[in-house]
Design a protein around this ligand. Structure first.
Ligand code: HEM
Length: 242
């Protein structure tokens, strides 16, 4: 059975009246939080010096630092691309830019971000649970991104949008992780000396594994709820993103 026409039609570009950028309240916070995250996280890697990396680099694995570096360089490009990809103004006014950025996202992101993430995940110094969390995260991102691409090739645009939104949410997991760790720490601090024997730095290390699940699974659950909601009320995800 062929899919319903609404899912296979290329989205009508001018069907909706154009809404000025300042009426999309999420685009500026998204761009600003990306800028803050990249400004704080990327500079230690610019000198190409493994000793400057905030996380321990495995000296016995010669490809650890090059893979981590590649992952971070690719991740920086992808985070910037996502802002343009979800920005309705750019999608509607410049669809060819959207298509080209999408190709860069998929064909650059898979080999430069997703596969390196899979390779470095088992090397994490934060322990086996973190390694499981980040491996699942990388597998999910690769799965969502490839499925999103397959959907657009099959002209199933509604499904393409949903899979790419899942992929985008997972890309931002790394930025969210920077907030999740301090939030978990705040919640757990009262337990130090009561039913937790270690100090603050032990607690941070013990919370890392939880953060490697919470940072991408919670946003994904929220997105799934929102996608279900937009389906129920009959709105296309893109019009709600818009
Ligand atoms: C698909 C999404 C992503 C996955 C699955 C992922 C996975 C990973 C893994 C496994 C590590 C190694 C962690 C460790 O050794 O403890 C890592 C580190 C890192 N990733 Fe990603 N990552 C993703 C997206 C991104 C993006 C978009 C950026 C943006 C620049 C990024 C920046 C970093 C940085 C800076 C580190 C070094 C560790 C840190 O400072 O937290 N990642 N990532």
């Amino acid at each position: 059975m062929s899919p319903p026409a609404s899912t296979t039609e290329r989205p009508a570009r001018r069907a909706r009246p154009s809404v000025p950028w300042w009426r999309r309240p999420w685009i500026v916070p998204l761009a600003l939080s990306t800028l803050v995250f990249l400004t704080l996280s990327v500079p230690p890697y610019l000198g190409l010096d493994p000793d400057q990396a905030p996380i321990p680099v495995r000296a016995d694995v010669p490809w650890h630092y090059p893979m981590l570096w590649t992952h971070i360089a690719g991740g920086t490009v992808l985070m910037v691309l996502v802002i343009g990809q979800v920005w309705p103004w750019l999608r509607e006014r410049h669809p060819s830019v959207h298509r080209w950025c999408g190709r860069v996202y998929v064909f650059g992101g898979v080999p430069l971000v997703g596969i390196p993430a899979l390779l470095i995940a088992p090397l994490s110094h934060t322990g086996p649970s973190s390694q499981v969390g980040t491996t699942l995260w990388a597998v999910a991102w690769l799965g969502f991104t490839v499925t999103g691409y397959v959907m657009v090739r099959r002209r199933r645009y509604a499904e393409h949008r949903e899979w790419m939104l899942r992929s985008f949410v997972l890309i931002y997991g790394i930025a969210l992780q920077r907030l999740v760790v301090p939030l978990l720490l705040l919640a757990m601090l009262p337990r130090i000396g009561r039913d937790y024997d270690g100090g603050v730095s032990d607690l941070v290390m013990d919370l890392f594994p939880a953060s490697m699940f919470v940072s991408w699974m919670v946003p994904l659950i929220v997105l799934e709820w929102w996608l279900g909601h937009t389906r129920r009320i009959g709105r296309r995800p893109s019009s709600a993103v818009s």
